[in-house]
Write a new protein. Structure first.
Length: 181
């Protein structure tokens, strides 16, 4: 994941915030709020489910390339959970006309919720990279800004993952109990 740099994170920040505002204004206030709520739930659930997933992956392959699979496993969890939210929104199809807010409040709420969803996706990208030991060299400024925010939001996995490789011949349950927390 050497291609992730501070410049790429800045481009992601600008693109995701602008895209979130645009999507929020186009989709309407209710849809934008649901999308922001789904991004929040995906961020929290991915943080909670990440450790068991990476532990199972390491049990399956002792020579696992952690520099690739640490961010990829988190991104797959977050993306999978967000996909469920997007499918739910597409099935329900909440329209902008269902929620009529006075004046320009609807436009502001739509843009704000869309920007919030974009920022949460950006924070998920930063958290996925923060677990890699090489991230301090590649994105020090982005991590310096993201770690305090992620910690304040209650995320647990904001530092590099350091753990022993599972021992050969150990069964899944024994290795799961011996894994450091």
């Amino acid at each position: 994941m050497d291609y992730v740099t501070d410049w790429m994170m800045l481009a992601l920040a600008l693109g995701l915030c602008a895209g979130g505002v645009s999507l929020g204004r186009r989709a309407g206030p209710l849809t934008a709020c649901w999308l922001a709520g789904g991004a929040w739930l995906a961020l929290r659930f991915a943080d909670r489910l990440w450790r068991p997933v990476i532990s199972d992956m390491r049990l399956g392959d002792r020579a696992l390339d952690l520099e690739f699979w640490l961010p990829a496993s988190y991104a797959l969890l977050f993306g999978g959970l967000m996909l469920v939210v997007v499918i739910w929104i597409l099935l329900i199809k909440p329209g902008a006309r269902e929620v009529e807010l006075p004046g320009r409040l609807g436009e502001g709420l739509s843009a704000g919720a869309g920007a919030c969803a974009g920022l949460l996706v950006l924070l998920a990208a930063a958290q996925s990279q923060a677990m890699s030991a090489e991230a301090e060299k590649r994105i020090p400024r982005a991590l310096g800004l993201a770690r305090p925010v992620l910690t304040a939001l209650g995320q647990h996995h904001v530092a590099p993952f350091i753990g022993p490789a599972p021992e050969a011949g150990a069964d899944k349950k024994a290795a799961g109990r011996a894994a450091p927390r």
